[in-house]
Design a binder for this molecule. Structure first.
Ligand code: SF4
Length: 236
């Protein structure tokens, strides 16, 4: 496993401020003075206590069926990731990743603070977890690009059609303890502000985002509009 330890730089704080404000205001960026003050307090708390880190590992794909992608460490049961892998060519791997904002962030949220601060801090921490996952992704994407290979977007257990029990194969692939992350019996991660995922890596990955092949209209996690040609492939 490759480990990535991160420091929160000024550019990350700025990104965190912008993303958190968008999340708190439904994208309008308009918040009252009280909320803006709570946001600044939350950012200061996060900078003081977060220990962002992550890890990733490439694992060989041994078989791809319509319903799952099998690796030497076990399957990812997802028709969507399976379609991405089936349409990819060359040596196929999955890259498993795990990243976290750190346990002290959970402690800060659980602390004795006003309700508004708790709510805002929870939002800021969730946004930080996504930023950390993105920074870890940047690291392995650089390697993939340097090797002249391609990758799909990452998918997380519990999202799209990959059931939460899929955490099992991610935690088998990675040394979660080295990152300070553990899994409960119900597959939830502790610290809670952690992100796990898998993505396809191959010589060519023509379908990079599974949503292109999906006609579901009511999905809150959609990342791209449906493309009719790809959608027909998933249905066929
Ligand atoms: S729209 Fe939703 S269900 Fe469909 S592929 Fe995207 S994330 Fe999955």
């Amino acid at each position: 496993m490759e480990v990535v330890r991160l420091k929160i730089a000024e550019e990350h704080v700025e990104m965190l401020r912008k993303d958190s404000l968008a999340a708190l205001t439904g994208g309008t960026g308009r918040a009252n003075e009280e909320t803006l003050a709570a946001l600044e307090r939350s950012l200061a708390t996060i900078v003081a206590c977060a220990e962002p880190c992550g890890g990733y590992r490439y694992v060989k794909v041994t078989e791809v069926s319509r319903s799952e992608v099998t690796t030497v460490l076990g399957p990812v049961e997802s028709t969507r990731l399976s379609l991405i892998a089936r349409r990819s060519s060359g040596d196929k791997q999955l890259v498993f990743t795990l990243s976290t904002a750190g346990e002290a962030v959970d402690d800060a949220i659980a602390g004795d603070i006003p309700l508004l601060d708790k709510f805002v801090l929870d939002t800021v921490a969730s946004e930080l977890a996504e930023i950390v996952a993105g920074l870890v992704e940047e690291r392995w994407l650089e390697e993939v690009g340097a090797a002249g290979r391609e990758a799909s977007a990452r998918m997380s257990p519990g999202y799209c059609d990959w059931l939460i029990r899929g955490q099992t194969v991610v935690f088998r692939a990675l040394d979660a303890a080295a990152l300070g992350v553990r899994l409960t019996d119900s597959f939830l991660m502790i610290p809670s502000k952690s992100v796990s995922s898998a993505a396809v890596v191959a010589d060519e990955v023509p379908l990079k985002v599974q949503c292109l092949a999906c006609g579901r209209k009511d999905c809150q996690f959609r990342r791209a509009a449906t493309d009719d040609a790809w959608s027909a492939e998933l249905a066929g």
